[in-house]
Design a protein around this ligand. Structure first.
Ligand code: NAP
Length: 317
C-alpha cells in the first residue's frame, strides 16, 4: 500500500543532502513543481547543518523522524562510502549501509511510504565478462560491498515499497570523487600512475538524480505502481577504466589550462595496493530500467561533458 496525499503536497524526504547524489537530489528538487500528479514538499536532511538532521547510526532517531514527519517518499542518498576505511571499521559501515536501510524500510512500510535507496556495483565480485544483471549472483569482495548488500537484503525483507538503484563510479563537480582528485593531482604532479585493469561506468550524480525523479514521477502516475518497484541497475552507458577516465579528465584540462599537466602511466591493480579489494569488472546491465520506464540512458562521455562545464563555471578564476 502507498499512502498518497489527497489534498496536501507529497512529502519527499531526502537523506544525505551534503553528499554527491543527495546534493543533486536537493538541487533538482528545488525546481520540481510536481512529481507525478502531486505538488511536492521537499524535506532535506543531512547529518548536520540542515534544520532537521539524522545520524543513521541511531536507530531510535530514524524511527522518530519517520513517525513524526511521515514522508510519503524517502530518498536515501546517505551512506558510508569510504571503501578502503570500511575494511578497518566494518561495524560502522554495516550499521550505516546495512542496518539503517532496513529500519528505514520497516518504518516506511508501517506508514505506507516508498523508499528509494542506492546501492553499488561493488556487490559483485567482478569475475563476469558481461555486464551484470539484477538477477545475477552477488558476491562482494570488500566490506563496503558486503555492507551495501546487507542493506539491499534488509530492505527487501522489510517492505515491497522500494526502489533500489545500483549505480557505479559516482562523480560530480563537487564532493569527493575521482574527477576532482585527478583534476587536482594532474595539475600538481609530474606523473600519475592510474589503474587500467578495472572496468566500469562513470556515472554523474546529476544523472542519477534526474533519472530518480523521472522514474519516481512515472511510478506515482501508474495505478498499478507495484509492478514498477524493485531492484534496478542505473549507470551511464558505455564503460572505461580508471586510466581511461583519467585520460578524459586530463584531455579536458588541457583545453582549459596553461599549466603543464601530469603524464599518465597505466598500471595494473597489483601495482596499486589498497586496503579494500575492488572488482576488476563492474559494468551493470541497465536494460531493465530502460525498458520498464522507457528511458534511454546517455553515454558516460556526454554526461561527463555536462559536469565538466559546471565545474569550469564554478572554478575560481
Ligand atoms: N561514490 C560512488 O562512487 C558510489 C558508487 C556506487 C554506489 N554509490 C552509492 O550511491 C549513494 C550515494 O553516494 P555518494 O557518492 O553521493 O556518497 P557521498 O558523496 O559519500 O555522500 C554520502 C553522504 O552520507 C552521509 N552520511 C555518512 N554517514 C552518515 C550517517 N551516519 N548518518 C547520516 N548521514 C551519513 C555523509 O554525510 P557527511 O557529509 O556528514 O559526511 C554524506 O553526505 C550511496 O548509497 C553509495 O553507496 C556510490
Amino acid at each position: 500500500m502507498l499512502n498518497l496525499p489527497t489534498a496536501s503536497a507529497l512529502r519527499v524526504m531526502i537523506l544525505g543532502v551534503n553528499g554527491q547524489v543527495g546534493w543533486q537530489l536537493q538541487q533538482q528538487g528545488l525546481n520540481l513543481k510536481t512529481l507525478g500528479r502531486f505538488p511536492v514538499e521537499m524535506i532535506p536532511i543531512a547529518r548536520q547543518g540542515t534544520p532537521l538532521t539524522l545520524d543513521l547510526t541511531d536507530p531510535w532517531a530514524i524511527q522518530m523522524l519517520i513517525q513524526t514527519y511521515q514522508p510519503q517518499i524517502l530518498i536515501n542518498g546517505a551512506a558510508y562510502t569510504a571503501v578502503d576505511r570500511a575494511e578497518s571499521e566494518p561495524e560502522l559501515a554495516i550499521k550505516i549501509n546495512g542496518t539503517a536501510p532496513g529500519i528505514l524500510a520497516e518504518e516506511l512500510d508501517k506508514i505506507g511510504g516508498l523508499l528509494i535507496h542506492y546501492s553499488t556495483d561493488y556487490v559483485f565480485d567482478g569475475q563476469s565478462t558481461t555486464p551484470y544483471l539484477e538477477t545475477d549472483q552477488t558476491n562482494p569482495i570488500n566490506v563496503y560491498g558486503q555492507s551495501k548488500r546487507i542493506g539491499e537484503q534488509a530492505i527487501q525483507a522489510s517492505t515491497n515499497n522500494y526502489l533500489i538503484l545500483r549505480t557505479s563510479w559516482v562523480y560530480d563537480s563537487r564532493g569527493k570523487n575521482f574527477l576532482l582528485t585527478m583534476g587536482q593531482l594532474a595539475q600538481t604532479q609530474p606523473q600519475l600512475k592510474v589503474v587500467k585493469d578495472q572496468i566500469g561506468s562513470p556515472t554523474s550524480a546529476p544523472l542519477i538524480a534526474r533519472i530518480t525523479y523521472q522514474i519516481l514521477g512515472q511510478l506515482l502516475n501508474t495505478p498499478d505502481w507495484q509492478t514498477l518497484t524493485g531492484l534496478y541497475h542505473l549507470t551511464a552507458q558505455g564503460f572505461t577504466s580508471w586510466y581511461g577516465f583519467a585520460e578524459k579528465i586530463v584531455a579536458h584540462l588541457a583545453e582549459s589550462s596553461s599549466h603543464p599537466l601530469a603524464a599518465l602511466i597505466p598500471i595494473p591493480t597489483r601495482d596499486y595496493p589498497t586496503a579494500a579489494q575492488r572488482p576488476a569488472f563492474s559494468r551493470l546491465n541497465c536494460q531493465k530500467l530502460q525498458k520498464t520506464f522507457g528511458i534511454t540512458l546517455p553515454a558516460w562521455e556526454r554526461e561527463f561533458g555536462i559536469v565538466w562545464q559546471t565545474w569550469l563555471q564554478s572554478r575560481p578564476t
